[in-house]
Design a protein around this ligand. Structure first.
Ligand code: PMP
Length: 423
């Protein structure tokens, strides 16, 4: 049913021609078919957020038109249907990331809220004065600040795993930092600022060998790579729907059941209790204990449709095509005189960051916009990464399944034009 807008059975699974997938899905993304400043729009800011296929927009609009009501309350038919759809979305997420059970899937507002939830519950319980919390130098601010605030509150130390000049994690340093006082390691699967794809299996295994639990920030991995949280053995894994072709306002925190069960609630109120009196309140079971208040119901339906869409194409096919596209982007950008890539990791997903000699990244993005090309310039909510590379900002190109080699070539032409204009 969701496949109506997807006009193909298994497109990229049978082709190695880069751009084949993009050409096939292009029709499913109406927003991409418009002109900006008189030029065809080339959208290359997918790390910030992705555009939505018709299947997602239509699933949400149909849901509002036919099945909408609040969840987990009404005994009436609409309420039961809405609850079924909401819980169906949870089960879909569970299958998508290979979590052992749907009770381990907590719906949150997004990656940021998922990390804050873990920092203020698990962190509150386990981190004491003199303990260490480990993050890395490549984290997004949302995987730094909640831990920093926790450490300040507890008198704990925030310790940082450094990155090298290529933008790869220093695993030897990580091994040295994992100590008897380390209470958690919080690490990105993929860096949004550098595009580095971390050897996450190895990292989780290293931490577990020292008895340290791991929270993985999967915001930039979920749209690009097949995920298996059970095989990875991650203790917590968080991601945002809006970066994987689903609606904003919803995201996922996966946590191991025994950890989630032992954690106190994050927010309290309706929908998360078993019984309330003025003397005493008891909490509901997982996952409801962590879902106080009315959730993002239609957004869950949209996320379900986005996952159906992604899996109809196949995450392996998406990963393969995007890898080829990124290799093309790296090669073409590197060949431009005056361009320096920021982050040259051997394994990459999603994004390429660069600076152009003598031109501020904001000027690059502004001139590119006048050519119809949308990229991000700034610190990408990763100021420590900018400090590490001694730049105030970078220009970042980030791809999605609908991007083509032509898009990259248009971008590169526009960068050459930028050099002329600014030179
Ligand atoms: N972590 C990473 C690596 C990200 O790229 C982002 C979004 N840029 C976030 C966390 C935060 O995600 P959200 O804004 O959806 O909460």
């Amino acid at each position: 049913m969701m496949a109506t807008a997807l006009r193909i059975e298994n497109p990229a699974g049978t082709s190695h021609h880069p751009g084949f997938l993009a050409d096939t899905v292009a029709e499913d993304f109406p927003i991409l078919h418009q002109r900006v400043h008189g030029r065809p729009l080339v959208y290359l800011d997918n790390a910030a957020t992705t555009q939505k296929p018709r299947a997602v927009v239509e699933a949400m609009s149909r849901f509002y038109a036919t099945d909408y009501a609040n969840v987990h309350r009404g005994v009436y038919t609409l309420g039961a249907r809405a609850t079924g759809r909401f819980e169906g979305a949870r089960a879909r997420v569970q299958r998508f990331i290979h979590a052992p059970s749907p009770e381990e899937i907590i719906f949150v507002r997004g990656t940021t809220e998922g990390i804050n939830l873990v920092a203020s519950t698990f962190g509150e319980q386990h981190v004491q004065a003199g303990d260490d919390v480990l993050v890395t130098e490549m984290e997004h601010h949302s995987n730094i600040v909640p831990w920093q605030v926790l450490c300040q509150r507890k008198g704990a130390r925030l310790r940082v795993v450094p990155i090298d000049d290529r933008g790869e994690l220093d695993l030897e340093a990580l091994a040295g930092l994992l100590g008897p006082r380390t209470r958690i390691l919080a690490v990105a699967h993929v860096s949004n600022a550098l595009g580095t794809l971390n050897p996450i299996n190895e990292i989780v295994a290293m931490a577990h060998a020292r008895g340290v639990p791991v929270l993985v920030d999967g915001a930039q991995a979920a749209p690009h790579l097949p995920l298996d949280v059970a095989a990875l053995d991650a203790d917590f894994y968080v991601f945002s729907s809006h970066k994987m072709y689903g609606p904003d306002g919803i995201g996922v925190l996966y946590g191991k059941r025994k950890l989630l069960e032992a954690m106190p609630p994050y927010q309290t109120g309706g929908d998360m209790i078993r019984s309330v009196s003025f003397e005493r309140t008891t909490y509901d079971d997982l996952p409801h204990k962590f879902e106080a208040g009315t959730p993002a119901i239609a957004a869950a339906v949209g996320l379900h449709a986005a996952i159906d869409y992604l899996e109809a194409i196949g995450m392996a096919a998406i990963a393969r095509e995007e890898e080829a596209l990124l290799a093309h982007a790296v090669a073409r950008l590197e060949a431009i005189p005056g361009v320096r890539l920021v982050g040259k990791a051997a394994h990459r997903a999603g994004a390429v960051s660069f600076v152009l000699e003598g031109v501020h990244p904001h000027d690059i993005a502004t001139i590119l916009d006048s050519r119809g090309v949308a990229i991000r310039a700034g610190h990408h909510c990763a100021q420590p990464v900018m400090d590490r590379f001694g730049v105030p900002a970078t220009a970042r190109v980030s791809v999605g399944m609908y991007n083509t080699r032509r898009d990259i070539d248009t971008l590169v032409e526009a960068v050459y034009e930028t050099k002329e204009v600014m030179g």
